[in-house]
Unconditional design. Structure first.
Length: 457
């Protein structure tokens, strides 16, 4: 029995924890944007649908017959509840006076949508998620919104239109705060200067810098390895991109697999860093919070993390900066390629069976705009065009400028996996962080699972 199989029993528990950390709303991740944290209770104490009769806007006829639509949406955290209570409900009658909405708010949209999909009787508009939307789309129950939002011009409100697309269509409208989150290598300028280390521009230079720091008794890199967090969400993907971004594009489109030589080289790079002690002792068990603390307390020279941590880091780390991912071949332009967070399947969707498609699309567009207005008010950059919030801090602006300059934006591979595939990917990634698990073992253990991935079916 291989090492991977010995830890297989942990995969389910590890995946659950990872999924919560990736989609929660604790300020350490992308949440509250287009993802959502599973909660303990719904805003409707009885669990029944909350019915809301909208009042006619001023100037409208009381006698005009309204179109009645059913909406099921997420209420799992404070952000989602604020969007509903402070934006959606107060503005609905004003913006859509001809529509009356029956609201159903729940913390577990996935479970309810699976039931609705099985029955074929879906709400007119619903919150879509990457873990259950493919089944609804495959059943022809989730509307391709692309023709509708192209015809009415709504699509022009999005800065990064490709972030919306799935299988050539658009099946959910997302405000897109997640779109601007990307993996960065943060570093302490003072530690680099004191140890005469130049910012690495190639992977070999990165390895040399890590060896030099380790020899000086400084942990080179801090990044959460517990449950394969970093490998699953960005590290493996980054190591593929630094050699050949086209292979990464093929992988997210299911046009190649993990036996691809470029993918194998990427896995070797992660293993090389681990063997060189770049991630420190016990890296495979390092959790999210402790990984951040190692960097903020000057105990690690670099911090590989998604950019959602940048606002807090910029406030609390005086010598903070970041550098672009060092290249492993000339096929990679560090300033021209970036991975973005999120999934095109998280957002407001429309039932293809709705009797009022035009009105349902308008409702989905309205809901998405309210999301964007809320997140913009918190200072988050969103993909949907709304009036800008307060100016960003210098390093945050630099990150945004670098992001906007990239010609090639590649979605996160992890979100193109069904739950079983994602769990196995987490597990293999965690083992890779130990330095005692090879690229060949990773491929042998995971590639068959990749081929069984139902996300693309």
């Amino acid at each position: 029995m291989r090492k991977y199989a010995k830890r297989g029993l942990l995969a389910g528990a590890v995946f659950s924890a990872l999924w919560l950390s990736a989609c929660g709303n604790d300020g350490n991740n992308a949440s509250g944007n287009d993802g959502a944290k599973p909660g303990e209770s719904s805003s409707s104490p009885t669990g029944q649908a909350e019915q809301t009769q909208t009042e006619p806007a001023k100037g409208t006829e009381q006698s005009a017959e309204k179109v009645k639509l059913k909406l099921i949406t997420i209420s799992s955290d404070e952000s989602r509840q604020a969007i509903m209570n402070d934006y959606i409900k107060p503005n609905l009658a004003k913006d859509l006076p001809n529509i009356e909405v029956e609201f159903e708010e729940t913390a577990d949209v996935a479970a309810k949508m699976k039931i609705y999909n099985a029955s074929g009787d879906l709400p007119d508009v619903f919150w879509s998620g990457s873990d259950y939307a493919p089944a609804i789309i495959n059943a022809n129950n989730q509307l391709d919104l692309k023709p509708y939002i192209t015809k009415d011009g709504y699509i022009d409100n999005f800065n990064v239109k490709e972030a919306l697309e799935y299988r050539g269509g658009i099946y959910a409208l997302t405000s897109g705060a997640d779109t601007y989150f990307n993996p960065r290598i943060f570093y302490h300028k003072d530690i680099f200067a004191k140890n005469n280390i130049a910012v690495p521009t190639t992977f070999d230079e990165l390895v040399d810098a890590c060896k030099k720091l380790a020899a000086a008794g400084i942990q080179p890199i801090s990044t959460p390895g517990k449950g394969g967090w970093s490998p699953a969400f960005f590290l493996i993907q980054s190591m593929i991109q630094v050699e050949d971004p086209a292979v990464m594009q093929d992988l997210v489109a299911n046009k190649t697999d993990f036996a691809n030589p470029v993918v194998k080289n990427a896995l070797d790079r992660v293993a090389t860093l681990a063997k060189a002690g770049a991630f420190g002792k016990g890296a495979a068990n390092l959790d999210y919070g402790p990984a951040k603390e190692l960097f903020t307390q000057n105990k690690a020279a670099m911090y590989m993390m998604m950019s959602w941590e940048l606002p807090d880091l910029e406030k609390n780390v005086p010598d903070l900066d970041y550098f672009l991912w060092p290249k492993a071949s000339d096929k990679f332009d560090p300033a021209g390629v970036v991975q973005y967070w999120g999934t095109p399947l998280a957002g407001y969707a429309v039932s293809a069976k709705s009797e009022h498609l035009e009105e349902a699309v308008k409702l989905a567009e309205f809901l998405n705009k309210q999301d964007a207005l809320y997140f913009n008010s918190t200072g988050a950059k969103v993909n949907f065009k709304v009036p800008e919030s307060a100016p960003a801090a210098p390093l945050q602006q630099k990150n945004l400028d670098d992001y906007n300059k990239t010609a090639l934006k590649i979605p996160t591979l992890f979100f193109n996996m069904d739950p079983k595939t994602a769990a196995e990917y987490n597990n293999a990634g965690s083992l890779l962080m130990t330095g005692d698990y090879s690229a060949d073992e990773f491929i042998q253990d995971f590639n068959e699972t990749w081929h069984s991935n139902t996300f693309f079916n």
